[in-house]
Design a protein around this ligand. Structure first.
Ligand SMILES: CC(C)=CCC/C(C)=C/CC/C(C)=C/COP(=O)(O)OP(=O)(O)O
Length: 307
C-alpha cells in the first residue's frame, strides 16, 4: 500500500478550494490551463488569482479606493509576518469574512514558493490608477499600465512556475502585457459602456478614429485596421514571451503554454466573428480550449514555440 504524503496545503484545503471556486467562476480560460499544474502549484496559482480578482472587484464593481488601501495594509502585515517567519494563521471560525480564506491561502503560498511582495504591491498601484481613469496617450503609457495590472501577475506567478524565476522576468512581463492587450481588444465595447477607452490616443489618431466613431460601435475598415495593428503587437509579445519556456519547470510548461495559447486564441475568435467586440464578450469555446491543451503538449514534445 502506498501512503500519499500530506502537503502543508492539505490542512487548508478548504481555503484553496474557495480560491479555486473564484478562478473557476471568473476565468474558465485560466482555470482550464492552470488546473493542469501539479496540485500544490495549482493551489498557489488559485490563491494569487483570488487576490488579483478581489483587487479588480474593488475597482470595477465597488469603485472603492479604501478597499485597495485595506488590501495594501493587509499585504504589509503579511510581509512582516512572513519575514519574521512567525506564521500564525487564523483558524476558520463561523462568523469570519469568507475572504479570509484568500489571505490564509496566499500566506501559505508566499512561504511555500518564495513569492515576491513587490509585484503584489505593483498590482494595487495599477488598480488604483484605474480608479482615476485616464485614456493612455501613447503605446508607452499603455505598456506601463499593462505592467502594473498584468505584467505584475507574471512576476507574482513565476516563483511557482520556475526555479529560475529571476532570469526570466522580462518574458514573463511580456506575457502579462500580451494578455492585457488581448483583454483590452476583447472588451472594447464593455469598456466604452463604462466610459473607458484603453486604446492609446495616438493609435486612434493614426487610424483616423474619433472617440465618437468608436462609440458608434461600427466595425468599419479603419476600425479593423486599428484593431489588427494592436492585435499584431499583442501577438508579437506572446511570441517573444515563449523564450522563457525552457526555463519554466518541466511540470509547469504545459499549463503555462496552454494559458498563453488559450488567451491568444481570443484574438483568433474575434477575427472569425468579424471583429464583433461591441455587442458581446468573445469567449473561446470549451472544445477549442481542450484542443489547445493538446496543442501545448505537442509543441512541448517538439520543442517548438512558434505555433
Ligand atoms: C508568466 C505568467 C504566468 C504570465 C501571465 C500573467 C497573467 C496570468 C496575467 C493576467 C492578465 C489578464 C489580462 C487577466 C485577465 O483576467 P480575467 O480574470 O479577466 O480573465 P478572463 O479574461 O478569462 O475572464
Amino acid at each position: 500500500m502506498t501512503v500519499k504524503s500530506l502537503s502543508v496545503f492539505d490542512e487548508y484545503d478548504n481555503d484553496f478550494l474557495y480560491c479555486e471556486a473564484i478562478i473557476k467562476k471568473h476565468s474558465k480560460n485560466f482555470h482550464t490551463a492552470f488546473s493542469q499544474l501539479p496540485k500544490d502549484k495549482a493551489r498557489a496559482v488559485y490563491a494569487v488569482y483570488a487576490f488579483c480578482r478581489r483587487a479588480d472587484d474593488a475597482v470595477d464593481e465597488k469603485q472603492d479606493p479604501l478597499l485597495i488601501e485595506a488590501m495594501k495594509k493587509r499585504l504589509e502585515e503579511m510581509q512582516k509576518q512572513v519575514s519574521d517567519d512567525a506564521i500564525d494563521l487564523p483558524q476558520a471560525v463561523k462568523e469570519e469574512d469568507p475572504d479570509e480564506a484568500i489571505w490564509r491561502a496566499l500566506t501559505l503560498s508566499f512561504q511555500q514558493f518564495d513569492l515576491q511582495f513587490q509585484p503584489f504591491f505593483d498590482l494595487l498601484v495599477g488598480q488604483k490608477q484605474d480608479l482615476d481613469f485616464q485614456q493612455p496617450t501613447s503605446e508607452k503609457e499603455l505598456s506601463d499600465y499593462s505592467y502594473y495590472v498584468a505584467g505584475s501577475v507574471g512576476l507574482m506567478l513565476l516563483p511557482i512556475l520556475s526555479q529560475a524565476a529571476t532570469a526570466i522576468q522580462e518574458p514573463a512581463i511580456k506575457l502579462g502585457e500580451a494578455m492585457q492587450r488581448t483583454n483590452i481588444l476583447r472588451d472594447i465595447g464593455e469598456d466604452l459602456r463604462m466610459g473607458r477607452i484603453y486604446l492609446p490616443q495616438t493609435v486612434l489618431a493614426q487610424f483616423n478614429l474619433s472617440r465618437e466613431a468608436l462609440a458608434s460601435g461600427n466595425q468599419n475598415q479603419q476600425f479593423i485596421e486599428m484593431w489588427e495593428h494592436e492585435a499584431q503587437l499583442a501577438e508579437t509579445l506572446y511570441q517573444e514571451s515563449f523564450v522563457m519556456m525552457p526555463q519554466i519547470d518541466e511540470d509547469c510548461r504545459e499549463a503555462l503554454l496552454a494559458a498563453a495559447l488559450i488567451y491568444r486564441e481570443i484574438l483568433t475568435v474575434i477575427r472569425k466573428n468579424n471583429y464583433q467586440v461591441f455587442a458581446e464578450k468573445t469567449a473561446v469555446p470549451k472544445q477549442r480550449k481542450i484542443q489547445l491543451l493538446f496543442t501545448a503538449k505537442k509543441m512541448l514534445r517538439q520543442e517548438r514555440w512558434e505555433g
